[in-house]
Design a protein around this ligand. Sequence first.
Ligand code: SF4
Ligand code: SF4
Length: 650
Amino acid sequence: MVSDVALNAPGKRVLLLGNEAVARGALEAGVGFASGYPGTPASEVLDTLVEVAKEFPGLVSQYSVNEYVALETAIGASWSGVRAICAMKMVGMNVASDPLFTFCYCGVGPGGGLVIVNGGDPSCISSTNEQDNRYYGLHAHMPVVEPSNPQECKDFTVTSFDISEKFDVPVMLNLTARTSHSLGPVVLGELKAPKEEGYFVKNWGKYFSALVIAVANKQKLLRNMAKLAEDYAYKTPLNRVLEGSRKIGIVTSGVSYNYTLEALDILKLYDVPILKLGLVYPLSKKLVAEFAENLDMIVVMEELEGFIEDELKKIAYDEGLSVKIVGKEYFSPAGELSVDDALTAYSKIFGVESPINPQELALKTFSFSSLLIMRTPGFCPGCSHRATLYAIKKAIEGKNYDIVWGGDIGCYANASLPPFNMSDFMVCMSAGVSIASGISFKSKKQKVVAFIGDSTFFHTGMPAVLNAVWNNADILIVVMDNGWTAMTGHQPHPGTGISAAGKSKAVDIAEVCRALGVDYVRVVDPFNLKHAISVFDEAFKQKGVRVVVSRRECVLQTMRKMREIEAEKKRKGIEEFYEVAEHICIFCEECLKAFGCPAIVVGEFEGKKVSKIDLGRCVNCSVCKQLCKGCAITHTKVWKNASIVEEAKA
Ligand code: SF4
Ligand code: SF4
């Protein structure tokens, strides 16, 4: 729980999520600056630090507009001698990679260790790919630390700060969705007060990375990494050997270590030597050689690529080890691994029959999952994005336009699904605008539309819009502005008028677009359907870069804010609802199929099918009343206490 993260109770055992445990570890390390951009599965690291910052006056926690800005800001704090943490999901590392590589050359400030939290996502649970960011460690010469459970998330975070300062390099703390979101007991350590104030000590030879200095810095970095690999990686308790007498050993890390232990327990194999790596990169040659000494074979269990496997093979070649090393022959490089994968592989490798049939286990899980309500992805009832897409659909109806739809990252990625089918591609944050621009430069017969969310606009969308204006693209950019970074848990962005520290200046997207040189900028409320349709109709007929900001707050946030008001209404006996007058409904299915609000279901009236509103799901957004072809949907307000029933004017 977030409240336990700030507890000043060393030795106390509390239950924490992996991400919360990382935040606690940062507090125990005396972190003075935290930044990042929200992205599942890493979001709660910064969310937690933002929440607890109120209790730690020396800690500055802030959301950034994107990951490279987040990292660059954290570098500034580090170079001022303040410990800093920067959290992002794995695709964010691509955004941050520009400053990252040079930063590794320069190193951290004195007493300013810097930990980069990477939220990996095997199986693409909420991502567009499942890249393995341990390779950033290899490529940028950056140590990679990988915890297996919440206790290690906390402890390894503290150690990562120490490594960072000792070897003058940022450290990547590599998590996956299972580690980030697993709940487990954590024994708290001492909290360390953050440095209230930093000071940037000028050091041109360290921080000005160019020409001879850059080359010298790289050499210094390589020397530090070599020292880390030979001395530190050999002795560090981050790596652990579990003794065993068998001739086949296992090397593993992160969540795969837990799967290994569980599978070996099921198979009753208690004598298998295991090298559990916490420091995944760089590896100690001496440690590997000692582990391999009496072994005929090493099996590497790791998710995604054969990163550790390749490193082991390199060491085996260099050290002349005769041990056979296998891994990806048994474990897929795609998707998350599981206990079942470990069971299947180890029972084959060790020649032991499993008392559990993994396929049967999978079937059992499947039969349990059939008890759950199946939920297909889609917009929530009352979601403004559905209304925006519907307005666009109506604006182009009967026009015979040939349109390319550019999708982007956010809730509105659901635009690709029926009934809208309005996303022909989706790559990464703000790529919708740039790719759409590229299409418009070459495909003159098509109309090109790019969707972008408000947070994505501030993330990397502004340069994309500027580029479109500068090069005279012919695109309609629809900013799906629901007022929050909604998909990752409603974090604020520059348009919300709130920062992690509290109230701040609200930046208006429409004004920014005008300042970027867009001549055609309109703002619509998608819940005012008639107006939205007419604006989109006009926007489609224009040429050049056009921006329509479709603005209506995310319904989940509105409902949270409305909770108090609704409770008050209830106390007063006021009820408000939308319903279908069944005798009037012509069952044209506009509300059901063309609009697709999940609160509208099929009902029956006098033997004929009609639409029906599920009052348990309806959030009174009013849009279905506006679009109802048969004028069958009514809005009713009831004052029960006064026994008055009135048709509201709305
Ligand atoms: S008012 Fe209509 S469109 Fe809005 S949530 Fe209720 S049923 Fe859906
Ligand atoms: S749009 Fe109106 S008339 Fe058509 S099915 Fe829905 S409620 Fe009935």
